[in-house]
Design a protein around this ligand. Structure first.
Ligand SMILES: C[S@@+](CC[C@H](N)C(=O)[O-])C[C@H]1O[C@@H](n2cnc3c(N)ncnc32)[C@H](O)[C@@H]1O
Ligand SMILES: Nc1nc2[nH]cc(C(=O)O)c2c(=O)[nH]1
Ligand code: SF4
Ligand SMILES: [Mg+2]
Length: 225
């Protein structure tokens, strides 16, 4: 008898994607329990607690739930979706359905190399954690050489110093034109207008400011949206 991998899923819901290149489009969200980082500003700390209630699901159960939703964009998030054994089994199953588009929200600390052969229907939205997260030393810098035009680097900035560091990283790793690049405010910590001013001063062509759209539409504390 073969054993099946089990995934701890804290939430499955359909909403518009509030972040990333498919912002505003419907997506079904699979939120995995647990994270290897502890960002100062994390808006889903609850999902990282060891006692967070979770549904134990097989890859097939997750896939069936996605099919039943009728939604074609799938966002795997968490917690850290790539921080769990056997995640590749689930990713391979989802990637084998060419009618789905899979977006993986990942925190920048996990080596993406083992996940690079999943095909064009899978894209990464990878954070580079800046100083205000207190997690910058955990970043896996080799990932910058792996990202493709379908992928995204997101800098969640909490200060002008974070904006400056994001600018330096974009330049030193020559990211412009190689993948999508977003600057996004830590919600409530910095005015978006300050980020725009920084972008203007530094002539940051080809970079998008992005505000978490779901926090504008719904109560920022609301779950399942
Ligand atoms: C909750 S994380 C889960 C995925 C993964 N662990 C990561 O950090 O990318 C999803 C996204 O929400 C962002 N995020 C978390 N808390 C935030 C906040 N308070 N303001 C803005 N973005 C936030 C993260 O930076 C990340 O881009
Ligand atoms: N609507 C909505 N869009 C999102 N995009 C990424 C999210 C996440 O938590 O990773 C998220 C989320 O939590 N809600
Ligand atoms: S890596 Fe993502 S889930 Fe983990 S603490 Fe940071 S923002 Fe939260
Ligand atoms: Mg979120």
């Amino acid at each position: 008898m073969s054993t099946q991998a089990i995934y701890d899923v804290v939430e499955i819901f359909t909403s518009i994607n509030g972040e990333g290149p498919l912002v505003g489009q419907l997506a079904v969200f699979i939120r995995m329990k647990g994270c290897n980082l502890s960002c100062s500003y994390c808006d889903t700390k609850w999902a990282n607690e060891t006692d967070a209630p979770a549904r134990e699901m097989t890859a097939n159960q997750i896939y069936q739930t996605i099919l039943e939703s009728g939604i074609k964009n799938v966002t795997l998030t968490g917690g850290e979706p790539l921080y769990r054994p056997f995640i590749k089994e689930l990713l391979k199953l989802l990637a084998s359905d060419s009618s789905l588009h899979i977006e993986i929200e990942t925190n920048g600390s996990i080596n993406l190399e083992p996940f690079c052969d999943l095909g064009t229907s899978v894209s990464f939205t990878m954070d580079y954690k800046l100083s205000c997260s207190n997690m910058e030393q955990k970043m896996c810098l080799n990932n910058f050489s792996i990202l493709e035009p379908k992928d995204t680097v997101k800098f969640v900035v909490g200060s002008l110093a974070d904006c400056q560091k994001a600018f330096e990283i974009i330049q030193s790793y020559q990211l412009e034109g190689r993948c999508h690049i977003y600057l996004s405010p830590v919600f409530g910590m910095i005015e978006p207008s300050q980020i725009v001013e920084f972008m203007k001063q530094n002539k940051m062509n080809g970079i998008n400011l992005q505000i978490q759209m779901h926090k504008v539409i719904w109560d920022p504390e609301e779950r399942g949206v």
